[in-house]
Design a protein around this ligand. Sequence first.
Ligand code: F6P
Length: 321
Amino acid sequence: MLKKAIAVVTSGGDSPGMNAAARAVVRTAIYEGVDVYGIHNGYSGMVHDDIEKLTTRSVSDLIQRGGTFLGTARSKSFMTPEGRKTAFENLRKRGIEGLVIIGGDGSLTGGSLLSKETGMPIVGLPGTIDNDVWGMDYTIGCDTACNTIVDAINKLRDTASAHRRIILVEVMGRHSGWLAMMSGIAGGAEYILVPEVAYDLEEISCELKEMYEAGKRYSIIVVAEGAGSAVEIGKIIREKTEIDTRVSVLGHIQRGGSPTVEDRIKASMLGEKAALAIISGVSDVVYSFNEGQVVGVNLFEAVNNTKTLDPELVRLSRVLA
Ligand code: F6P
């Protein structure tokens, strides 16, 4: 039976394109004659009853904006069964019969617990710049974040070359090297250090010294935050090579900004897919793209498996360095 009311929530770290996805969920639901509620500030708003009925106008002037108009948070109370029960009751008292969650690995894990404990139907969309959700090669926001990083690398290369420096660029990715690997390859980095692959600073320093002695003017080293502190790694490389070395930590600038066309279109397509699915009774599925096709991945499989870094990309990064 078709649902009469659904809700949408954005959770965890924001990512550019979350707005486009939420907008598509809202407009699709309204187009289908279904009531749609927005939950403010992630799971925290679900627990604290910060829930609002949305109209098509609630989501105007949004597709081009980074961040999330709904707000997001990492909620401690939702991590407890009691918190999730309260959240469920707040949805149920409004007649909400299905929930679209837009968020990363941790947020989808929270959604899987809510589904298991309360039976609330859940459809997920992967909203994270980290591109680390199992079963898919696309997450909403990664393309925009990669473009932000590549833009920074282009600028850093100019000044590195002018001064014959080594520049380390620290990017996000606490547990995953996807963002570093993709942006490092696209930015032509000499080295890409990721949490998944061991590296040897002695060896890297020797190679850098040889390259500079042979006339090289600059080197860019992309460091995923999970691979170690770029500041500390930079100190070691400077000591070992005696080459002028600088470090740029890009930080949260990577999470903001207007989404790319790819993120806007894919997020819109996935938002429509998620809304239609939840309205028609689908549950426990995460929708995304894999190899260019829309895929539906079982929610529990998505959160219980770890996406590994593509060894082909690791190999390519070495060949092209
Ligand atoms: O969105 C995921 C992520 O970008 C991680 O790569 C990063 O470590 C984390 O968010 C930091 O987010 P916050 O500062 O919001 O906790």
